[in-house]
Design a protein around this ligand. Structure first.
Ligand code: WT7
Length: 648
């Protein structure tokens, strides 16, 4: 973010104190919790962990051999038991757990007892396919209840799930399956998106051809005959056929607190995505508490997190957190502008949604569409709003507050990452005075700081790198099959501290203002992509000699993808080729990675040691004066490029 923009943010003077209703009856309305947790974090987390249902309580709260953490050692617990059986034993058994709407308009309501039954049955089906404790199961589905059911079925028997976003390409799916050596893949015949069918099964088939570890593929029938899905004898099984014969009870596996719960792939600074490893008890505790306290989930709430389960937000704020709290939630399959741009607001009105959670990029899209769409619906059921995934700008915050919340709903701007498990810098509606576009302050028990290049704490008012100085239960434990990368990425830059990869400033009140990534990770519509990933996809094309990719400020997406490519000698630089290269990236990675802008460069600016200087490309793309070019091998390269860029 540019310095001027940061200054504007810090001058943001508006404040919004907690409304009386939250002050009085918010799930967290005692500010003393923060102090207590700070003095005795282990005692704090242990006290909270007693609210979960344990088969055996822990012997020791924490073993911390930086950067290796173990929480609740000796404890035995099962996640699906906590999210389902616990509620099914009470009057919640008949409560709606999931109110699902398909994009074409059909509805399904599943009570806690219904989800429990389906989870038990699918857990048995997985066992029958030979899945055992510790085995990996890959899930590649759209937003259908079966995805959530399959995730709980995995954790019920101690299998590790790895969800791959349904918008990823066959190749991305294959890489993730292979990295995890998954035994089973659960997919669908297709999914609906903006009125068209997403060919999930076709992509899955293509992926599995290069994935020798996959023994069985389970296929959810969502689309039917239009899908064109072909079943492979002996390998592929219809979900509904497996379920028809599955017994209704499956004993929940008593898992060790530190047993792996899931892995989820996310982009780092290199081309290869990393499998972030979360474990059982710590993650469950973190997401239970975060949903209870940040989103203030109450018995009669209707919660809607409009994220995809393929990202960590959907794991934490759909599959695990709300269900650990016994909440009712809405789940939607499709696009927010299908059939019209009021789809989400129509659904808020129809189901009486009380808590709504989305991303800044979505809010900026709604702003662009215009206020008439939310205004056409009665949104008075809403009492609380959430924002996640990227820095929200004050204008979007105010728009959300006025046009969706009608001035009555506090906004929880939650900062966190796939790695952190749940929001770590976040307001709480009963205690936090909000400032538009600040994620405010750390979660109880979390010690966050802003440090300089040397790792020295920067006094209030200053900016630097965001770090976390203490372990927390829901933190990632490692990178799957790559412990060195875990140490290197998160714990090496500042020894003894977790390096988040984000820049941040703190104001005089100690509020945090997140300023975006400081590494080669881009945040495109709240989705993480590395510049290297996109570069690799580009150079994979036969016409491309070299590529350099940068994130460029984008009005709606937060960041857009801007690529500079040099071509193999003799290849002509045509507009058609630009389109082909953009499409090539989308095919290789997924539509989210399609470059917004692509420029030809005769040569890319490099240092004398051959490193591409992305900083200069960023200056060119942002239309700024070029920074220091003295380390370049050939300074004329960048000058030529700038000229050419400005001509286009
Ligand atoms: C990166 C993590 C956390 C779930 C979705 C993204 C950025 C996330 C905020 C926020 C400013 C934010 C950071 C972070 N980010 N939330 N409220 N304000 N930035 O998870 O894909 O792991 O990405 O998203 O840059 O490092 P993710």
């Amino acid at each position: 973010m540019a310095d001027e923009a940061i200054e504007v943010l810090l001058e943001e003077g508006r404040t919004f104190p907690p409304p009386d209703a939250f002050r009085q009856s918010g799930n967290l309305n005692d500010a003393a919790v923060f102090e207590r947790a700070d003095k005795d974090p282990e005692g704090f987390w242990a006290e909270q962990a007693r609210e979960l249902d344990w088969f055996r309580t822990w012997d020791k709260v924490l073993e911390w051999d930086c950067p290796w953490a173990k929480w609740f050692i000796g404890g035995k617990i099962n996640v699906s038991y906590n999210c389902l059986d616990r509620h099914v034993k009470t009057a919640r058994r008949n409560k709606a757990a999931i109110i699902w709407e398909g994009e074409p308009g059909e509805e399904r309501v599943l009570t806690y007892r219904d989800v429990w039954r389906e989870v038990n049955k699918f857990a048995n089906a997985l066992k029958k396919l030979g899945v055992q404790k510790g085995d990996r199961v890959a899930l590649y589905l759209g937003m259908v209840p079966e995805l959530l059911i399959a995730m709980h079925a995995c954790n019920r028997i101690g299998a590790v799930h790895s969800v791959v976003f349904g918008g990823f390409s066959a190749e991305s799916l294959r890489d993730r399956i292979n990295d995890a050596s998954a035994k089973v893949l659960v997919t669908g015949d297709g999914g609906y998106r903006r009125g068209t069918v997403i060919p999930l099964k076709k992509n899955a088939d293509e992926a599995v051809e290069g994935s020798p570890s996959i023994e069985n593929v389970v296929v959810v029938q969502r689309v039917g005959s239009d899908s064109g899905a072909v079943m492979k004898e002996g390998r592929d099984h219809w979900w509904h056929e497996l379920m028809a014969g599955a017994p209704l009870w499956c004993e929940p596996e008593p898992m060790d607190s530190e047993d792996m719960l899931f892995s989820l792939y996310t982009s780092g600074t290199t081309g290869k995505p990393k499998g972030i490893v979360h474990t059982t008890a710590g993650y469950l505790l973190g997401v239970y508490l975060a949903n209870k306290w940040v989103f203030d989930m109450k018995e009669d709430d209707v919660f809607w997190c409009a994220a995809d389960i393929g990202w960590v937000t959907g794991h934490t704020h759909i599959v695990y957190g709300p269900m650990a709290n016994g909440a009712t939630q809405v789940m939607y399959e499709g696009s927010p502008d299908w059939p019209d741009k009021d789809r989400l607001w129509r659904m808020v009105e129809k189901y009486g949604v009380t808590i709504f959670h989305t991303a800044p990029t979505a809010i900026r899209t709604f702003m662009r569409w215009g206020t008439e769409f939310p205004a056409a619906h009665d949104l008075s059921s809403l009492r609380l709003l959430g924002s996640v995934g990227e820095p929200i700008n004050p204008e979007a915050w105010m728009w959300y507050h006025e046009h969706i919340g009608h001035g009555n709903c506090p906004i929880m701007d939650t900062w966190w990452q796939t790695e952190t498990g749940h929001p770590l810098i976040t307001p709480f509606p009963g205690v936090t005075t909000l400032k538009p576009a600040s994620a405010t302050r750390p979660f109880p028990g979390i010690e966050a700081d802003v440090v300089d290049e040397q790792g020295k704490s920067v006094p209030l008012g200053g900016g630097g790198y965001l770090v976390l100085k203490r372990p927390w239960p829901a933190m990632l434990r490692t990178v799957f099959n790559d412990p060195d990368r875990y140490v290197e990425t998160y714990w090496s830059r500042f020894p003894g501290m977790y390096f988040a990869g984000d820049g941040a400033k703190r104001d005089k009140d100690g509020y945090f203002w997140l300023l975006g990534r400081v590494d080669d990770v881009m945040n495109v519509s709240g989705h993480r992509l590395s510049t290297m990933e996109v570069e690799s996809a580009l150079v994979d094309h036969q016409a491309v000699a070299e590529a350099a990719v940068i994130g460029k400020q984008h009005e709606v997406k937060g960041q857009g993808i801007c690529a500079f490519v040099s071509l193999i000698a003799g290849v002509e630089n045509t507009p058609e080729l630009v389109e082909e290269l953009r499409a090539h990236v989308a095919r290789k990675i997924g539509a989210i990675a399609r470059p917004d802008e692509l420029y030809y460069a005769a040569e890319l600016p490099k240092t004398r040691s051959g490193k591409i200087m992305r900083r200069l490309l960023r200056d060119i793309a942002d239309g700024k004066a070029l920074g220091d070019t003295t380390t370049l091998a050939d300074p004329t390269v960048v000058a030529k490029l700038k000229e050419q860029y400005e001509d286009e």
